[in-house]
Structure formats: structure tokens, C-alpha cells
Design a protein around this ligand. Structure first.
Ligand code: DX5
Ligand code: ZN
Length: 218
């Protein structure tokens, strides 16, 4: 099976957002990854509803929204209204993760849970059966362009085992430092979806780079 490729709009040229989104429409990308940062959960601020709505106006592919914010439960319906197809919250940001996942699904969006590099996969064992997606952070969240953390491979293996053991339908998404060198091994270990920011947008030919990621085989 071919991987799902989700370029991160965070690395695009915000002054030319329409043409960047149109480039992604034409590409082999499956989803548009949208990184929302609040300056509290992570030490950086990206963008909020107005920018996301602008992306949605032109996007012809699902929006995969990654919330790096505290108290995400306060904004689920607004992100859904702004056009989110999948809403991923951080396990570290949710005291009542199960309730928040139910809230996301009730909004009509698919529900994802993200894990920081230090957060073990087994923490999800009592919720994995209800998740649509698990996002494994392969860098510390907050910035694009960071170096991939090698321990991620072990986490993908552990998560794949857990998913099989609990008969879960959850997809495994990897976010941070993904490139042509690590894509294949990530897929071999069980990843389904790859986020790529700087690797795509700093490439001379983003369309070709997306196509190359898409054809990375397991
Ligand atoms: C980091 C974000 C990532 C980031 C990925 O906090 O969640 O989605 O945009 O960018 P690269 O691929 O450059 O690491
Ligand atoms: Zn992200």
C-alpha cells in the first residue's frame, strides 16, 4: 500500500498561500497538514482560524489539523467549522483525553492523538480502539526543520503491535524531520502517513519531492 503523504503548510510561503495550496492540489499529496501553535503548549505561535479558513478556501484535499495548543477542547467545534477533516490533539495537553476524542468525533471530524517524543505509546492502550489516528512526533513540537529522532522507529513498532493487539483501526502518522532517508524504514515499521514540511517546501521541485515520498515502498 502506498503511504499517505501530508505536506505541512507551516513550511510554505505564507505570502503566497493560494499558490502553495494550488501546488498541493496538483501534487500527489493526500492531505494538507495544518500546524496550529499557541505559544503555550509549544514555544512558538503559528496561525489560527483566519489563515486556516484561507487554506480551506482553496484546498481540494482533506485538512489534517494538528493542534499544539493547551485546552484544545475549547476550540474543537470552531476548528471543525473552519474546515478540519481530522483533528489531532496532544495527549500531554488533555486531562480528559477520552472526552476530548469523543467531542472531536461528535463534531464529525476524525480524531487523532499526538505523542511527544518522551510520551510512551503504552499510555494509549485504553483508548487506542477508539482512535482514528495516532501522530508520533519525531521531533519536539514547535518548529519545522528539526532533526529526526531515531527512537521513533521503536515507537512505531510498539504502536503497530498495540493497534493489532487491540484490534484498532487507527492510522499511524509520523511528524517531524521526515525525508527520503527515513521514509522507507518508517513505512516498514508500520507507519501509514508521513508529514513533511521543510523537505517538501525547501526542495527545488516540491511536486517531484512529494511524488518521490509517495512512491517510497514498504
Ligand atoms: C512541528 C510540526 C510539524 C512540522 C514538520 O511542530 O508539528 O508538522 O511542520 O516540519 P518538518 O518536516 O520540517 O520537520
Ligand atoms: Zn504537525
Amino acid at each position: 500500500m502506498k503511504p499517505i503523504i501530508a505536506p505541512s503548510v507551516l513550511a510554505s510561503d505564507f505570502a503566497n498561500l493560494q499558490s502553495e495550496v494550488e501546488m498541493l492540489n496538483k501534487s500527489q499529496a493526500d492531505w494538507l497538514h495544518v500546524d496550529v501553535m499557541d505559544g503555550r503548549f509549544v514555544p512558538n505561535i503559528s496561525f489560527g482560524f483566519p489563515v486556516m479558513e484561507a487554506i480551506k478556501r482553496y484546498a481540494q484535499k482533506p485538512l489534517d489539523v494538528h493542534l499544539m495548543i493547551v485546552e484544545p477542547e475549547q476550540y474543537i467545534e470552531r476548528f471543525r467549522t473552519a474546515g478540519a477533516d481530522t483533528i489531532t490533539v496532544h495527549s500531554e495537553a488533555c486531562t480528559h483525553l477520552h472526552r476530548t476524542v469523543q467531542q472531536i468525533q461528535a463534531s464529525g471530524a476524525k480524531a487523532g492523538v499526538a505523542l511527544n517524543p518522551h510520551t510512551p505509546v503504552h499510555l494509549l492502550e485504553d483508548i487506542i480502539a477508539e482512535l482514528d489516528l495516532v501522530l508520533i512526533m519525531s521531533v519536539n513540537p514547535g518548529f519545522g526543520g528539526q532533526k529526526f529522532i531515531e527512537n521513533t522507529y521503536r515507537k512505531v513498532e510498539a504502536l503497530k503491535d498495540l493497534i493489532i493487539q487491540r484490534n484498532s483501526q487507527a492510522l499511524i502518522e509520523i511528524d517531524g524531520g521526515v525525508n527520503q532517508d527515513n521514509a522507507r524504514l518508517l513505512l516498514e515499521k508500520g507507519a501509514d502517513a508521513l508529514v513533511a514540511g521543510s523537505f517538501v517546501f525547501s526542495a527545488a521541485d516540491p511536486l517531484q519531492t512529494i511524488a518521490a515520498l509517495k512512491s517510497s515502498a514498504k
